[in-house]
Design a binder for this molecule. Structure first.
Ligand code: ADP
Ligand code: NI
Length: 217
């Protein structure tokens, strides 16, 4: 990357850090930094445009619809406005905006409309951060934020949720494992992502086993 690009990444980092200052713990700047690092790690093996991967990872949750009354336009808009002020090439802005519009798990319900190597890599990184020990921690933070029960033995897992049902998030956090987290391993786009998902997936399975054992005491 050249000097301008390094400066742009630095400005973007600052912007994202400030914007997410009061974000929910599962979607805060630490999540962004983890996704950035995982994206770089995957890109080392899989290739892709370095600048787009870094900008996309940094901006992917800049205004998550979940925390903006379900508004799915706001994230792409905030990112576009920022990148325009930074005088980034229109072509790159369009690509980043498409990444933000298409990265979320909820888009998988309707069939994702756009893909690129860079999106695939950042999406794998975002999904890796949703599984494993960190994924478990994030799920309980979000479940707590929604005041959902940890577990509810009578509550059926809904494997065929609609996008609207999923967005409502009316479930127990243990059910969320079946409704999303345990599916992610087989949804990885890249071979590197798939490999990194194995250990995290196994850890969630072990967690669930122990959880039920303690529940049934
Ligand atoms: P994405 O980042 O792909 O848009 P989500 O918004 O679905 O994915 O999820 C982001 C984080 O919030 C993940 O760690 C996920 O597990 C958690 N989460 C989403 N919905 C729920 C829920 N109903 N219960 C617990 N955690 C949830
Ligand atoms: Ni994310």
């Amino acid at each position: 990357m050249n000097e301008n690009e390094i400066k742009l990444i630095e400005n973007t980092r600052k912007f994202v850090k400030e914007t997410l200052e009061n974000a929910e713990a599962g979607h805060d700047f630490w999540h962004i930094l983890r996704v950035l690092k995982l994206s770089e790690k995957i890109a080392d093996k899989e290739g892709g445009n370095e600048l787009i991967i870094r900008l996309g990872a940094l901006l992917h949750d800049i205004a998550d619809a979940k925390f903006h009354n379900g508004d799915e336009m706001i994230g792409p808009k905030v990112a576009r406005d920022f990148l325009e002020i930074q005088q980034v090439d229109e072509e790159i802005i369009d690509h980043i905006v498409k990444i933000i519009e298409n990265i979320s798990f909820k888009n998988s319900f309707e069939g994702q409309k756009f893909t690129s190597k860079e999106l695939q890599i950042i999406q794998d990184a975002d999904r890796l951060d949703a599984i494993g020990a960190i994924g478990i921690a994030r799920a309980f933070v979000y479940g707590g934020h929604k005041n959902n029960p940890i577990y509810h033995p009578g509550l059926k897992v809904n494997l065929n949720m609609t996008k609207e049902e999923y967005k409502k998030g009316d479930t127990s956090t243990i059910n969320h494992f079946y409704e999303k987290l345990l599916k992610l391993k087989d949804m990885m786009n890249t071979e590197t992502g798939r490999q990194l998902a194995e250990k995290r997936h196994a850890f969630m399975e072990a967690f669930l086993e122990q959880f039920y054992e303690e529940w049934e005491v």
